[in-house]
Design a protein around this ligand. Structure first.
Ligand code: FES
Ligand SMILES: [Fe+2]
Length: 328
């Protein structure tokens, strides 16, 4: 019951109140609870005795009590009391995890040596935080957020449009723990969102990044408009992921004017992605196994396969800096 290497966002810090909270991460059910000082703890959501879920139990000071026979566990996962036993010391233990409350989230790890991802903080920008579930597989949710090519098809008319015929260049830059793709030569797209955000035409500055363990970042700049959207993608189960997003934008229009439109655009685009990823998951479930093919323009797929899904691909040549031209 060990989480993959690294720190994972389990939930918003404010979601954990005075009752136990069950969160599934990487297919592992985990129960979070606060002790009497408010410090968050996390242990496996499975009582050592007969495996009842501790999240259905209740808190007593610093321990969580199982709803079935009342065994009590502390934040380190040690069984500290068994109601009917005459002797109090026992060896029973359930797995416990290290938890940190930071940047508005509860972070969890099984091996705490790595640093937690630090969300950027842009002064002079407006900030919007949001979070959402996707009934999509973890790697496909990550790829979707970084995949430029679908934006002119699935989101036709919002940002880019289908009939675009610009030839642009992508510079692909894989690194040890991250990868970025920078696009050059794209004129302001002709979708509605683009026209409102940047009334005058010009060239778009666009960089997408992927940081391990599973953080996507999309950056756009045109004229006075600047947008940086960073999303931590947590895997719940094979077909369900949760995204924690922090977006910063700078724009000439006052926030109260642009905010409703901005959120409408974000929600519409997210809904389109969510619906598509859910349908894709259904297909993956039906066929039981994947049968993907890719072109060199699926820039992130190999990095995701090798570094996130941990599948060594048949080719052993290292990923390297490359430049591609394509039409959008
Ligand atoms: S199952 Fe938890 S105390 Fe028996
Ligand atoms: Fe999308």
């Amino acid at each position: 019951m060990i989480l993959p290497k690294g720190w994972w966002i389990a939930c918003l810090a404010e979601e954990l109140k005075s009752r136990p909270l069950r969160v599934v991460l990487h297919d592992i059910p985990i129960v979070f609870f606060r002790n009497s000082m408010g410090k968050a703890n996390a242990v496996l959501d499975r009582c050592a005795h007969r495996n009842a879920p501790l999240s259905a139990g209740h808190l007593e000071k610093d321990v969580i009590t199982c709803p079935y026979h009342g065994w009590k566990f502390d934040g380190q996962g040690r069984c500290v009391a068994i109601p009917h036993a005459l002797i109090s010391d026992n060896q029973f233990q359930i797995p416990a995890y290290t938890v940190k409350e930071e940047q508005g989230y509860l972070w969890i790890t099984s091996s705490s040596k790595e640093a937690r991802f630090q969300f950027p903080n842009l002064s002079g920008h407006q900030r919007i935080d949001y979070h959402f579930f996707v009934n999509g597989t973890w790697d496909q949710v990550i790829e979707n957020q970084l995949d430029m090519l679908h934006t002119s098809v699935l989101h036709d008319g919002w940002f880019r449009t289908k009939q675009g015929s610009q030839t642009i260049t992508a510079e692909v830059r894989p690194k040890k723990d991250s990868m970025e793709v920078e696009y050059f030569g794209e004129k302001r797209p002709s979708g509605l969102f683009s026209k409102i955000l940047s009334p005058t035409s010009g060239e778009l500055k666009h960089i997408d990044r992927l940081f391990l363990p599973s953080v996507t970042q999309v950056e756009y700049e045109i004229g006075s408009f600047h947008l940086l959207i960073t999303t931590f993608v947590s895997k719940e189960t094979e077909y369900r992921s949760r995204c924690f997003t922090r977006a910063f934008y700078r724009l000439w229009i006052p926030r109260w004017v642009i905010y409703p439109f901005f959120m409408l655009g974000i929600k519409t685009i997210l809904r389109q992605d969510q619906q598509l990823l859910e349908k894709q998951s259904e297909t993956l479930k039906t066929f039981k196994r994947r049968h993907f093919v890719s072109t060199p323009l699926d820039f992130y797929q190999r990095f995701i396969q090798e570094n996130i899904l941990m599948h060594q691909l048949p080719t052993h040549s290292p990923l390297k800096n490359e430049t591609y031209q394509f039409k959008i």
